[in-house]
Design a protein around this ligand. Structure first.
Ligand SMILES: CC(C)(COP(=O)(O)OP(=O)(O)OC[C@H]1O[C@@H](n2cnc3c(N)ncnc32)[C@H](O)[C@@H]1OP(=O)(O)O)[C@@H](O)C(=O)NCCC(=O)NCCS
Length: 163
């Protein structure tokens, strides 16, 4: 909870950061605190994995895995970084650590991720992780401005990651 102010200032209230996300700028720090509280409450729940991306002692972003199928051991990867720190390979490094944990410690079978076609930097991260494009979903997600975006779906299997 001590990270709430930095989290609000650095990424959660920045419309440039949330442009391609399912949620909009927090507006007030109370919303950031509410989100953190919900993450704390889900901490023991193995359906959700939330991490902070820390750089030089500052919380500068978040990265998460959400279980999409417990039976198939399949999860979806998501990430979000302060604009001040983009372009330094930080999310690629964080995602690499998360995939290592997910496959080697948790023992997941498959990880998926998807991005808006207008957000190619996110897709580049997926490619750098060794994920393969599995689908192109036409007008699949409604953006906050009401328009619909084509989404590109990527995936990677545990065996592929270990190889
Ligand atoms: C998009 C985001 C995740 C990128 O994080 P980052 O730490 O800057 O990413 P990295 O530096 O690890 O890698 C980005 C890659 O995309 C490339 N890239 C950047 N802009 C690009 C563009 N317009 N087109 C194609 N590739 C682009 C970079 O060159 C880099 O690839 P390289 O290492 O081969 O040069 C980050 O800016 C962010 O969180 N944005 C807001 C939230 C968001 O969009 N989340 C993803 C939702 S799916």
């Amino acid at each position: 909870m001590a990270d709430a102010q930095a989290m609000f200032d650095l990424w959660c209230n920045d419309p440039q950061v949330t442009r391609f996300l399912s949620w909009g700028p927090h507006g007030t720090i109370d919303n950031t605190k509410r989100l953190l509280k919900s993450w704390q409450q889900r901490y023991e729940d193995t359906m959700f994995y939330n991490w902070c991306i820390e750089f030089e002692g500052l919380p500068i972003g978040g990265i998460d895995l959400i279980m999409r199928s417990v039976k198939s051991l399949r999860a979806e990867l998501g990430y979000c970084l302060s604009n001040r720190y983009k372009g330094r390979g930080i999310v690629t490094e964080a995602a690499c650590a998360v995939l290592t944990y997910a496959f080697e410690t948790v023992g997941l079978h498959k990880i998926c991720a998807k991005h808006d076609v207008e957000n190619p930097a996110s897709g580049r991260i997926m490619q750098k992780l060794g994920m393969r494009q599995e689908g192109y979903m036409k007008l699949d997600a409604q953006r906050l401005d009401g328009t619909y975006s084509d989404m590109i779906l990527y995936g990677i299997l545990r065996d592929e990651w270990l190889r």
